[in-house]
Write a protein that binds this ligand. Structure first.
Ligand code: ADP
Ligand code: MG
Length: 223
């Protein structure tokens, strides 16, 4: 069985007016289906770049990305079974909670009645039943992040990426978001999360340490 995700000697340099900025070099790791992996390291070490490459938002300048053994290096984000949750929630501000969550299903051409059924199930999963008509600006940060999680899981991705999902939240809301991610993982979704919080990393099975664009440690959490 191939790994769900494999990065094979991935490198990326950003081309800027000031020249080439090397962000990642020779990154190789595999993630099995069902794992919950935390990605840690100092600011600027390449964590977000790694997630963006996995999502297909950035194309590596070296190496390959494989999903289920298939080379997806050149595939756009919408063709990958991957969805992302961002630190700043990144909800569509002009859309209701319902429309935000339904968006991915609408793009897939799923019928209105099925959209409704699935959005309601996702809302109850993130404990926001009854909030479907609110606008994002009418929600707390924790609630917005739970909408972002519902939006990310609605099309049943195999892999969820979360970039500092608790970074803008107080500890109570952060804990709720972590418990939700943990629950999704127990139900079978593979998760890769970037975090600065050691407490958040305790929810993960494995912690990958990046430093200066390279992978320096790959530790299994004691259970
Ligand atoms: P982290 O998420 O670990 O803080 P990033 O992946 O965002 O780090 O950044 C890694 C390196 O790439 C840093 O040196 C950063 O300044 C640089 N970088 C990130 N995004 C860009 C960009 N769009 N253009 C140029 N350089 C970038
Ligand atoms: Mg980052």
């Amino acid at each position: 069985m191939p790994a769900l995700l494999e990065l094979d000697h991935v490198g990326l340099s950003y081309h800027t007016l000031a020249g080439e900025i090397p962000a990642l070099s020779q990154i190789s790791f595999s993630i099995q289906e069902g794992e919950f992996v935390s990605l840690v390291g100092p600011s600027g070490c390449g964590k977000t770049t790694t997630l963006r490459i996995i999502a297909g938002l950035e194309r590596p300048t070296a190496g390959r990305v494989l999903i289920d053994g298939t080379d997806v290096t050149g595939l756009p984000p919408e063709k990958r079974p991957v969805n992302t949750v961002f630190q700043n929630y990144a909800l569509f501000p002009h859309m209701t909670v319902f429309q935000n969550i339904a968006y991915g299903l609408k793009v897939l051409g799923i019928s209105k009645s099925e959209q409704k059924e699935r959005v309601m199930a996702a809302l109850s999963l993130v404990r926001l039943a009854g909030f479907e008509r609110r606008m994002p600006s009418q929600l707390s940060g924790g609630q917005q992040q739970r909408v972002a999680i519902a939006r990310a899981v609605i099309a049943n991705p195999q892999l969820i990426l979360a970039d500092e999902p608790t970074g803008n939240l107080d500890s109570k809301n952060g804990q709720e978001v972590m418990e939700l991610l943990s629950e999704l993982n127990r139900e079978g979704t593979t998760i890769i999360m970037v975090t600065h919080s050691q407490h958040d990393s305790t929810y993960a099975h494995r912690v990958l340490h990046l430093f200066d664009g390279t992978l320096v440690k790959d530790l299994t959490n004691k259970l």
